[in-house]
Design a protein around this ligand. Sequence first.
Ligand SMILES: *Cc1c(COP(=O)(O)O)cnc(C)c1O
Length: 387
Amino acid sequence: MTDSFEDNDAFAFAGLRLTVDLGALVQNWQDMARRSGRARTGAAVKADAYGLGIEDVGEALYLAGARDFFVATADEGATLRLYAPDARIFVLCGIWPGTERLFFENDLVPVIASEEQLTFWMSVVADHGDHPCALQVDTGFNRLGLRAEDAIALANDVSRPASFAPVLVISHLACADDPANVMNKQQLETFRTVSAAFEGIEASLANSAGIFLGSAYQFDLTRPGIALYGGQAVNGTANPMRPVATAEARIIQTRSVKAGETVSYGGALQLARDSRLAVVSAGYADGYMRSLSSGGVPLRQTGLPGGEGFIAGHKVPVAGRITMDLTIFDVTDVPEKLVRAGDYIELFGKNILIDDAARAAGTISYEMLTGLGLRHERRYISDETAE
Ligand SMILES: *Cc1c(COP(=O)(O)O)cnc(C)c1O
């Protein structure tokens, strides 16, 4: 990378830059659509499209043909509406009294998540007239949704108002990332019974991992999230998705340090050899989690190695504790002329897979992506440059 320190470059101010490959995103969505067989393929774009920007991500997926989107909150839905004019936007956390206008004005579909929400929604449509809703049914996750028996009773309740018009019944899988888990089948069986009770109404069960469980799980509409963003959906298998997000941190300075000296807070790393270190402008405030430190944090007492960066064809380990704004990498094994102030070290992307970075941090790619701080510069590219 030689474009550092240029004038008029938004990236020139950024310690951390994030590149989002919208071409790879769209290819991942198309891949999910192929794997979804006869089901329609939606997209989960909650939490600002898993931290990658709901405006650009939402628009790219809309232009690729996605017409069913899942957000967490109504204000996320209102933002997405500008980029997905005639799509169906489902709000997974449902509706709170006082937010009805957001739903009506932006044509958002609340996913009714509890008996209280159901009662409230019945009163809303009784006043305002017909407006589509969806129904979440809990089949074992015990997070959101009506209990299955209550949902079936509702389906069979002939006295329910005609203005109550669910267009979709959904449930969420707890263990789909583990295909052998018996809970998948149990949830499937329960959901089959529930969706049969809502005859003529579309049904949706599968997130990314659920899509990989096969056609029985796909019903009418699938809801992939993490796979669109390049994350691994299913544990213990090769990840077929393309990397979408690349995070790179700029080197502020390199330094030579003698064997026996220590690095960073707590002197948590003592160098075994004369070393060269590169200090980059990103730390835990940017979402490069402190648990990725090479030592001196509880996770490292498990014996697992810390985080790794990538520069000039080499993987380079984090050295010592990660600090709020800064992280130190050991670049001793990289030729000196290839690591200079102003160069960038990849934190995750095509060379350090997001799932590997997340594992080193003791977490999952979802948290790594949504945990990116507010200080990074983001750019979008739309054609695949690599491969
Ligand atoms: C987040 C979410 C999804 C998408 O899940 P992924 O594992 O990211 O594919 C689907 N459905 C619901 C209800 C969700 O909350």
